[in-house]
Ligand binder design. Structure first.
Ligand SMILES: Nc1ncnc2c1ncn2[C@@H]1O[C@H](COP(=O)(O)OP(=O)(O)OP(=O)(O)O)[C@@H](O)[C@H]1O
Length: 527
């Protein structure tokens, strides 16, 4: 495929790229994370970097931000060589990265976060808090960020935190910002506002490197795209010249099949099937009121909703993470004690949690140990765990879920983000659950692996069990037999197979009511 945008002209009228990396190689032990890779981001450009899980994107980000040194290669910012490794202030004035995981400190105020480590001009001078707050106010209003500088950062929404991080980056003088999967935790409205802000900043000359597994976002936001595959640069091209199929082809190295492969079959008649999950009149403080939902054997049900809908809390409650104020949850006819994880586990609930970093993985343990944490009773007699059995079990999962790892004994922290997510899914499936609750299961997972992972969740139901996918991602919802939509703690719509994207999106946004939709996803007038 033609590499049409690799060498932007420089010289009068063509400023040097804000960032340019050439010949970058990086190894971690036997793993080659980057091989002679390159990227060039023009001033004021919105440039996407895409690739499958483990392609080397995060490694490049850590090199571009001065967190890691490449083994080979050179890096320039606006034509000048990169600062010395470790000169944090110099790096900060050239480039900043907004990660999916916030670097904002929850216990501090917004103002304190903005001026962290630079509160006073000289170390001996006392910090002038009032002045700090005023400067913060100025800074936030300069970048149009409507956040109270005195607010505790932990009280901010994900979106507000990202805006504070962007303002902080710009205040260091950086005119190049890397956004590493910034939309992963935002709902549709949040993404819209983030994109508006990025558009404003771009018009002011700020350049972006945007990393996302949502290819539509690449088309919506970026003008140029670079594809990495297996640690190497594959192409750089104007987004407008690259169709969706060509892009996926470049990422996977395989010729793309037509359309999405995430097809859901028309559901078989399930009315007679056993009810495996029954939620009756569930009330969860601050999340839902008298909510009822039923999932039968053989069914995958989607529980959709925007951030404030309460859908995630409902999913977590099924797995025993929240005590209910009222109502009942039963699994396979057995009442689960709400707020008790052991009770949910014993009833046969498997959970893919939303936050893999907090709830999902033990970082310094191996892939094998993490994948088998929930099934240690199957790995040896009398509570012992036989390492050989653990490894065999894990190897099967690595193969089944296509987890890219050098071996089963590799620490899970050495895996790329998307591959860590697969370990979390593997772990939930290891118990052979009666009801699998998967919260945004494909978060951070590349297009190809997404199909695969959702296929595996579908398989759980096809094997006679049930799955509840809690998500606002349309691709996740497409594999479901039914989609139930929540808005502000209540079920507002239900859609059977064959729903239209715009109907589900409208219901998630709170447009339309229960009465407006029938089970077929059309309104009561058949539209
Ligand atoms: N600290 C590390 N130690 C060992 N291996 C590592 C380390 N960091 C990254 N790797 C390996 O380098 C390769 C590239 O990983 P990287 O995180 O850059 O991929 P990625 O493209 O960002 O993937 P994802 O889309 O899943 O986030 C992977 O095989 C990964 O396992």
């Amino acid at each position: 495929m033609a590499d049409t945008a690799t060498a932007p002209a420089t010289g009068p009228g063509h400023p040097a790229p804000v960032a340019e990396a050439t010949g970058i190689s990086k190894r971690f032990g036997a793993t080659v994370a980057l091989r002679d890779a390159r990227i060039s981001i023009a001033a004021g450009e919105s440039h996407a970097l895409v690739g499958r899980n483990g392609a080397g994107k995060s490694t490049l980000v850590s090199i571009l931000t001065g967190l890691q040194q490449p083994d080979t290669g050179s890096l320039r910012f606006s034509g000048a060589p990169a600062p010395a490794f470790g000169d944090i202030d110099a790096w900060r004035s050239r480039v900043a990265c907004v990660y999916q995981r916030s670097t904002i400190i929850g216990e501090l105020t917004v103002a304190e976060n903005l001026f962290l480590n630079r509160q006073s001009a000289a170390a001996v001078q006392p910090i002038r808090w009032k002045q700090l707050r005023l400067r913060a106010e100025e800074l936030l209003s300069e970048y149009g960020v409507a956040v109270d500088p005195a607010a505790r950062a932990r009280d901010l929404t994900v979106e507000q935190r990202q805006f504070v991080e962007i303002a902080r980056a710009l205040s260091f003088g950086a005119r190049f910002i890397i956004l590493d999967e910034p939309t992963a935790k935002l709902d549709a409205r949040g993404i819209g506002r983030l994109f508006d802000k990025l558009g404003d900043l771009q018009r002011q000359g700020v350049a972006f490197l945007f990393i996302s597994h949502h290819l539509q976002e690449v088309y919506d936001l970026c003008t140029t795209v670079t594809v990495y595959r297996d640690a190497a640069h594959i192409l750089t091209a104007p987004v407008a010249e690259l169709g969706h199929h060509q892009l996926v082809e470049a990422m996977t190295g395989e010729s793309a099949s037509s359309g999405t492969v995430l097809v859901s079959r028309p559901p078989a008649a399930r009315t007679g099937a056993e009810e495996l999950l029954a939620i009756d009149g569930l009330t969860l403080s601050g999340a839902c009121r008298e909510l009822s939902l039923s999932v039968r054997s053989g069914e995958v049900v989607g529980l959709a909703g925007a951030t404030a809908s309460g859908n995630v809390r409902v999913g977590e409650a099924v797995a025993g993470l929240h005590r209910a104020e009222g109502g009942r949850i039963s699994v396979g006819g057995r009442v689960v004690r709400t707020g008790s994880v052991p009770s949910a586990l014993a009833a046969g609930v498997g959970l893919v949690p939303e936050e893999r970093h907090l709830q999902g993985l033990v970082n310094n343990r191996s892939v094998a140990e993490n994948a088998t944490l929930t099934v240690t009773d199957q790995l040896g007699p009398f509570g012992t765990v036989l390492p050989a059995r653990t490894r065999t079990f894990a190897r099967r999962m690595i193969r089944d879920l296509d987890i890219k790892t050098p071996s089963a004994t590799t620490p899970v922290s050495a895996l790329s983000g998307g591959n860590q997510q697969k370990v979390v899914v593997a772990r939930a499936m290891a118990t052979d659950p009666h009801v699998l609750v998967a919260i945004r299961p494909t978060n951070g997972v590349d297009v190809k692996s997404k199909e695969f992972l959702l296929g595996r969740i579908r398989q759980v139901a096809d094997d006679g069990k049930a799955a509840l996918i809690v998500s606002d991602e349309l691709d996740d919802l497409r594999v479901c037999d039914r989609v139930v939509v929540m808005f502000h703690g209540r079920v507002v719509a239900e859609f059977d197979h064959g729903w239209k994207d715009e109907h589900v999106v409208a219901a998630m946004e709170g447009v339309g009511t229960t009465a407006a939709y029938t089970a077929s996803g059309t309104d009561k007038h058949g539209r």
